[in-house]
Design a protein around this ligand. Structure first.
Ligand code: SF4
Ligand code: SF4
Ligand code: SF4
Length: 583
């Protein structure tokens, strides 16, 4: 490998030839003592999404000249200053220009304290007196049930446009104009809801400021808890436990499962359940459906349906493949239907008095609960969805500190104990692995010797595997990120691939990287594989679990015996299965 010797702020480094100054600054993290204490700032750059940062803040000084660190490549003998007077002045000037077009209502902004612009304004000493008037005020786009677009806060970085087009293959939003005159607009003049947006929230996850946020429901949840006539049941998705800690300064990848159960109890929920149990329920139903399709020559490949971002994408872009989608609802809506039927009857509580709340890593689930076929018990399966981010806000609002709660608290019985298969639902390949643990035993009639299906693990956008079962080869594939799903489905439609079972998750890496997860700064995202670190927490949890196959969940088996009957039977269909719409 060709290397060059450079100096950054007087420290010597040997670096790979041809990388940018910005990449070299990230590389300094590998040097124990001489790493850059203050990273070169960025507002537009985001690894894998936007390469060039022309916001004006990503500048450094080389040979007395200011250069853009995201476009200038290092060469032998280069001497770089990242914090000279000229550099700091140029960055301040650039920030002032951005501030002039930015609504400064930080006090009320969802992204306050997690805003990349706000962080830089503090660092570069901006004060209230320097605020400049906005040239024009644009109306908010409130058309979506999931997202709020506030162009008054937009700093024109185009991260959202790139992630929506390149990573998600949707293009529901686009940029018009150039420089600071750029405007970000939805593909439909009627607003985002009328565009083909699938509600994945990846644009929210990459937005450096509060110009794109999830539509909040946590105040409504607070009202329900305070209402003495309501019985409020909350459930928590697997991926939330791998990320909520980040909102409380825990390192990335710490599993906060017990602390979350305790924190929700302190918020006043009447019952605190675990969506892991519902993931097991989904697997029992989905594996049964797969086995039926394989045995009875049904429509194959069967495509998973637990990701509402992916389901809406299929409805928009692959309407001719809707029969391939499993009819299973996603875990949290199955859980809602179970709570408002079996649990309501068991506890003697009228289903109309029960309010079900889902804490999810996902923005698309806010849309999912509004779909017409999500009322298994005759009332909405789930009443409110709040994201991991919203739960963080809600806990802080109630002065509940996650670190002060014991990690050994537990979810409530009888729906508080899921299996290891249920917990890995939160990561790409997890649904496939969980389903295989059940489907293979059903198809072969023999217990599995090894539960890990390592071929479908990892953060690759597309993964494939083949398994020999009773003399038949079963081919499977996993895609995360909708551009990857699009590539995979194109191959299937063109007859270039013949899988029996395909898992798709809209978010790259799966739900651990969902649009409602805590925000991480661009420098952190460049240095660390954050989805992989969160995923590792879920795999550790699976390893520790006493029960690791969904069909061995004792609580669920009892409910099937007492109430549901057979998987895929009449009651199961009424409560847990759904239908799709050509859009
Ligand atoms: S939510 Fe997803 S599909 Fe909709 S605009 Fe954002 S990135 Fe695009
Ligand atoms: S909405 Fe956010 S991500 Fe999109 S261009 Fe504006 S600031 Fe960037
Ligand atoms: S991958 Fe997970 S977080 Fe992302 S849209 Fe799908 S269900 Fe939601």
């Amino acid at each position: 490998m060709n290397t060059v010797n450079i100096k950054i702020n007087g420290y010597s480094y040997t670096m790979k030839h041809g990388i940018t100054i910005l990449d070299a600054s990230f590389e300094t993290m590998k040097f124990q003592r001489e790493y850059l204490q203050q990273p070169i700032p960025t507002l537009y750059y985001l690894k894998g999404v936007v390469d060039v940062d022309d916001s004006g803040v990503c500048v450094v000084e080389v040979d007395g000249k200011l250069v853009n660190a995201s476009t200038t490549r290092i060469h032998e003998g280069m001497e770089i200053q990242t914090r000279s007077e000229a550099v700091m002045g140029a960055r301040r000037e650039a920030l002032a220009k951005i501030l002039a077009i930015h609504n400064k209502s930080c006090v009320y902004c969802m992204r306050s304290t997690q805003c990349e612009l706000q962080n830089l304004l503090h660092e570069y000493g901006f004060t209230d007196e320097e605020e400049l008037p906005m040239s024009s005020i644009q109306p908010l786009d409130l058309s979506s049930v999931v997202l709020v677009r506030d162009n008054n806060k937009c700093i024109r970085c185009k991260r959202c446009v790139n992630v929506c087009a390149k990573v998600q293959a949707v293009s529901a939003i686009a940029a018009t104009g150039t420089g600071l005159d750029t405007s970000i607009e939805p593909a439909s003049p009627k607003g985002l809801a009328a565009a083909s947006c699938v509600n994945c929230g990846q644009c929210v996850a990459v937005c450096p400021v509060g110009a794109l946020t999830e539509k909040l429901q946590w105040e409504l949840v607070k009202e329900a808890i305070a209402d003495p006539d309501k019985f409020v049941v909350v459930q928590v998705a697997p991926a939330v436990r791998a990320a909520l800690g980040e909102s409380f300064e825990f390192p990335v990848g710490v599993d906060t499962e017990g602390r979350i159960a305790g924190a929700l109890r302190r918020l006043g929920f009447d019952k605190v359940f675990d969506t892991k149990v519902a993931a097991d329920l989904t697997i029992i139903e989905e594996a049964n459906e797969l086995v039926e399709r394989v045995k009875n020559h049904g429509v194959l490949p069967m495509l998973t349906s637990c990701c509402p971002g992916w389901v809406k994408y299929a409805e928009h872009f692959y309407p001719d493949m809707l029969d391939n989608l499993s009819t299973c609802k996603s875990p949290h809506t199955m859980f809602g239907a179970l709570i408002k039927s079996w649990y309501a009857e068991k506890m003697g509580i009228p289903k109309e008095k029960i309010v079900t709340v889902s804490v999810m890593p996902c923005t698309a689930k806010k849309f999912e609960i509004t779909r017409p076929d999500e009322c298994g018990a005759g009332v909405p399966d789930v009443d409110y969805v709040i994201t991991t981010n919203e739960l963080g806000k809600m806990l802080k609002d109630a002065e509940i500190q996650l670190e002060a709660i014991s990690p050994s608290e537990r979810f409530d019985e009888p729906l508080g104990d899921g299996t290891g298969a249920g917990v890995i639902f939160g990561v790409t390949g997890g649904v496939m692995e969980a389903a295989l643990r059940t489907a293979v035993e059903k198809l072969t009639g023999k217990p599995l010797e090894k539960l890990e299906f390592v071929d479908v693990r990892g953060m690759n956008g597309i993964k494939e595997a083949a398994y020999e079962l009773n003399g038949t080869t079963v081919k499977v594939a996993v895609a995360s990120g909708l551009a990857n799903a699009n590539a995979l489905l194109t191959r299937i439609k063109n007859g270039e691939a013949d899988y029996q079972f395909v898992e798709v998750m809209a978010c790259p890496g799966g739900c651990v990287n969902g649009g409602g997860q805590p925000h991480q700064l661009a420098a952190m995202r460049a240095l660390q594989d954050i989805p992989a670190m969160r995923a590792a927490a879920l795999y550790r949890s699976d390893d520790r679990s006493a029960v690791r196959k969904s069909h061995d969940n004792p609580a669920l088996n009892k409910i099937y015996a007492e109430y549901i009957g057979e998987p895929g039977g009449e009651t199961a269909h009424k409560l847990f299965h759904t239908s799709y719409i050509m859009r």
